[in-house]
Design a protein around this ligand. Structure first.
Ligand SMILES: Nc1nc2c(c(=O)[nH]1)N[C@H]1C(S)=C(S)[C@@H](COP(=O)(O)OP(=O)(O)OC[C@H]3O[C@@H](n4cnc5c(=O)[nH]c(N)nc54)[C@H](O)[C@@H]3O)O[C@H]1N2
Ligand SMILES: Nc1nc2c(c(=O)[nH]1)N[C@H]1C(S)=C(S)[C@@H](COP(=O)(O)OP(=O)(O)OC[C@H]3O[C@@H](n4cnc5c(=O)[nH]c(N)nc54)[C@H](O)[C@@H]3O)O[C@H]1N2
Ligand code: SF4
Ligand SMILES: [Mo]
Length: 737
């Protein structure tokens, strides 16, 4: 037996089952819930491995235990994702667990002008149940909603979605993956017939040309960038980004396009490829639909127009088209520079179209590849029961509802026959006073939501706000009526799904502080108190829920029914979906989709989808002459910094204060220098911020990282009409001294 297996076996079989009123059992037998326990099933001086809980790369980390408690981490050497590497957040992943501001007990207050008082779990669960029920009784099921996350285990997401929608009867529940991945989801569904990112990380190493669009790998996915560096084919690396990012500096070509001109650029490139006849005719004929209409559409994008709109010279455009059409292996990768825009879905599809017309899909080193963000954005896309019915099904499809109901053994009328409102529509309904109770899990929208100057005012309209988080100090938790203390990564078991569809295991290697419980147990506890615990009697451990997810996935493109449990995932170095039952063990190290040219649409063909360009909702003008872009700051900072801000090491690797990056010429015209504090105003708000003069931003644009809460006071709340993803990356601002 391998050492890894010896160590993980007792850990994974430790899954407890629960029965009877859980709050009573919790009081009687706290150890059964892991409360106050170190992971006693592990050998006291063991090393075990698990997936990192920050970004979607999904690196495996070795966790070293002393006297049964996790003391240190190092990157796993034999895992097909990170191959012995980790970024600063991974190395420091244990630090945020030990922070003194962890929520250690449920907190409640009768009214918002009072301070929180600690309460026991029984009181917390009863309060949750009574208050939510009274809102539903008075105002109907559409008056309550939840907002969840891409940062808890897949099994937890499935349980939350099933409890909230099938147990509590909610209709509306969305997640922070809307802020992040909704565009890619929508684009893939329309173009490929299913939300199916086709790639595997080996494609980074097997491409002759990598085109990175609105993606700053060096900062946001440093270990994916390391995979690019392992490419031995001397690849052309093209970065398409208005900023000269760390990644652009390392690239062979930087295409510094005007912000929000991507769609014109890609239609123009498609037109050039057609004019130069650099197409894969046989692939287009055999495996795609609507190419002729697409051809007509892009004919309206001649090179001069494209050059004028994008700021890219005609020579550069010609040479880029020739490179893409050269017949070598070309892979396209995109992230938030594409997904977060007012015409994001069509932009993502314009990238997909380039891959299709050149036959760059389904083969090594190719693909139209959306890189995800959070550690479990992919789990959320398939199993959170928010935008899709569990397992990538459709709420509005009666056959899908029947299938899910019979798989779960629930009456079909428990399954809503309508889609949830999107995140922004939920926020709007709260503002209008129509949604009166909100449950927020593992996300911090008081900081991260777009144009959120008035977000706390919005939350104050609620009759009841529940926030479930690791910390009681987040901006959102501070606005709550009830705070539920959650165990974090490393304090619970389950699975995460990374960007390349690889399911990996996380394990409990540390005890959660005080009374904090895993999200999984919190959902079970609340279901029990609600009175629908019996519906979830089979959902009694994360691994039991994984088995339910496997059944739900049967016959879907994401079918995982062939996996033989957590143990196998752990031993194989993760498993990329799909793996249907009855199929031989897939070559697990690296696997891509569409190698047979068959897509998931009814006709098995991929579709060319395109549309007229839409006007910029807030271009710079005389009053607000600069365009503000936002995004990640450093590889040491994670979003709203509730976790990374707790590590001394990561704090030292981050800027001490928020800053605005200004081009030297704009700075000179404004008379400002690095180190000055200026006022930055948009039509929404004014903030004070430190200036950093740098030519990495282009003249006329400025950049502010998203990691301080002030940034989103400025941003403009507009959304892609199809994905409803917020357009975080562009609004007009002015700078004053
Ligand atoms: N260190 C760190 N890593 C992270 C995260 C983190 O918070 N910290 N978050 C994770 C998450 S959830 C996500 S979603 C990913 C995000 O990963 P990325 O998308 O790579 O990161 P961003 O910095 O948000 O945006 C990428 C780039 O888009 C560019 N951009 C802005 N406007 C445009 C435009 O109009 N066109 C083009 N082509 N580009 C544009 C910006 O200049 C920026 O460099 O990172 C993940 N990884
Ligand atoms: N201006 C601007 N704004 C942006 C973006 C941008 O590029 N520009 N990017 C957007 C994107 S892509 C994203 S993904 C969002 C991210 O926005 P958020 O989701 O709001 O950011 P996080 O800081 O990751 O918040 C996660 C919360 O979950 C808590 N948490 C962590 N682990 C657990 C757990 O296991 N259980 C529970 N219950 N809680 C836990 C953390 O303490 C934290 O409070 O921000 C968006 N906002
Ligand atoms: S690259 Fe992402 S998954 Fe890997 S160690 Fe860093 S944060 Fe964790
Ligand atoms: Mo994200």
């Amino acid at each position: 037996m391998s050492t890894l297996r010896r160590i993980t076996e007792p850990l994974l079989s430790r899954a407890r089952t629960f029965s009877g009123p859980l709050t009573e059992q919790l009081v009687r037998e706290p150890g059964a819930f892991g409360l106050g326990q170190v992971p006693s099933s592990l050998a006291p001086e063991a090393t075990t491995s698990m997936i990192c809980g920050f970004c979607s790369t999904g690196c495996s980390l070795n966790v070293h235990l002393r006297e049964g408690a996790a003391t240190n981490l190092s990157p796993a050497g034999d895992y097909p994702v990170n191959i012995g590497m980790a970024c600063p957040k991974g190395w420091e992943a244990l630090a945020p667990l030990a922070s003194p501001d962890r929520a250690t007990t449920p907190l409640f207050r009768e009214s918002r002008d009072q301070n929180f008082a600690p309460v026991d779990w029984s009181t917390a669960a009863k309060t949750f149940s009574t208050r939510m029920k009274s809102v539903i009784e008075e105002h109907g099921p559409e008056s309550v909603a939840f907002l969840s996350t891409g940062q808890i285990c897949t099994e937890e997401m499935a349980l939350l979605g099933a409890f909230a929608k099938f147990g509590m009867g909610m209709i509306h529940g969305d997640g922070n993956t809307r802020q992040c991945m909704a565009t890619a989801v929508r684009a893939y569904k329309e173009s490929f017939g299913f939300d199916a990112p086709p790639f595997t990380y080996a494609d980074f190493e097997e491409s002759d040309m990598l085109v990175l669009v609105g993606s700053n790998l060096c900062i946001a996915h440093p270990i994916m960038w390391q995979r690019v560096l392992r490419n031995k084919r001397n690849p052309e690396i093209v970065v398409i980004d208005p900023r000269r990012t760390e990644t652009a500096m390392q690239a062979t070509r930087h295409i510094a396009l005007q912000p929000k001109s991507d769609l014109v650029l890609f239609y123009g490139l498609a037109n050039l490829l057609i004019q130069k006849n650099l197409l894969d005719h046989s692939f287009i004929k055999a495996h795609t639909a609507d190419f002729e209409d697409f051809k007509t559409h892009v004919a309206a994008f001649p090179i001069d127009l494209v050059s004028e709109k994008t700021g890219i010279s005609a020579e550069q455009l010609e040479s880029l088209a020739e490179l893409i059409g050269s017949g070598k292996r070309v892979s396209f990768w995109w992230t938030m520079g594409v997904n977060q825009s007012y015409e994001a879905t069509r932009t993502a599809q314009s990238i997909i179209n380039l891959a299709l017309m050149t036959g760059n899909i389904g083969k090594p080193g190719t693909g139209a590849n959306s890189i995800t963000g959070q550690c479990n954005a992919m789990g959320s896309r398939l199993f959170s029961n928010t935008t899709n019915l569990l397992g990538g099904h459709d709420f509005t499809n009666p056959t899908d509802r029947e299938k899910v109901a019979s798989t779960l053994g629930f009456p079909v009328d428990r399954i809503p026959d309508q889609n949830s409102l999107a995140y922004d529509q939920i926020v709007e309904r709260v503002k209008e006073g129509k949604i009166k109770a909100l449950w927020i899990i593992a996300t911090n929208p008081s900081h991260s939501w777009i144009g959120r100057k008035n977000f706390s005012e919005v939350l104050s309209k609620l009759d009841f706000l529940v926030v479930q988080d690791m910390y009681h100090t987040t901006d959102t938790a501070k606005a709550a009526d009830l705070v539920l203390p959650a165990a974090g990564w490393g304090e619970k078991d389950g699975t995460l799904i990374n960007s390349e569809r690889r399911i990996g295991i996380v394990k409990k290697v540390a005890k959660a502080p005080g009374q904090a419980l895993s999200d999984f147990l919190i959902f079970r506890l609340l279901a029990d108190e609600w009175g629908c615990g019996a519906m979830f009697s089979e959902w009694n451990s994360p691994e039991a829920v994984f088995r339910i997810m496997q059944r739900l996935s049967k016959g879907q493109p994401c079918d995982i029914s062939g996996i033989n449990g957590y143990q196998q995932i752990d031993e194989q170095g993760g498993v990329q979906w799909p793996w249907p039952e009855g199929e031989a063990s897939p070559p697990h190290r690296e696997r891509r989709l569409f190698s047979n040219g068959k897509f998931f649409t009814k006709e098995k063909r991929a579709k060319f989808i395109f549309e007229t360009i839409t006007p910029d909702p807030e271009p710079p003008d005389d009053e607000y002459p600069l365009r503000l872009l936002t995004g990640r700051g450093t590889s040491a900072q994670w979003h709203t910094q509730t976790r990374t801000g707790k590590s001394g090491v990561l704090r030292r690797l981050s800027p001490r204060t928020n800053h605005i990056e200004v081009h030297p010429k704009d700075a000179a015209a404004l008379g400002v220098n690095s180190g000055d504090i200026v006022k930055v105003s948009s039509r929404r708000s004014t903030i004070e911020i430190l200036v950093f003069v740098t030519s990495t931003v282009m003249q006329g644009t400025v950049y502010i990282p998203m990691h301080e809460e002030t940034t989103n006071r400025l941003t403009l709340a507009v959304f892609d009409p199809y994905s409803r993803q917020p357009s975080y990356k562009s609004c007009a601002v002015r700078i004053e001294q």
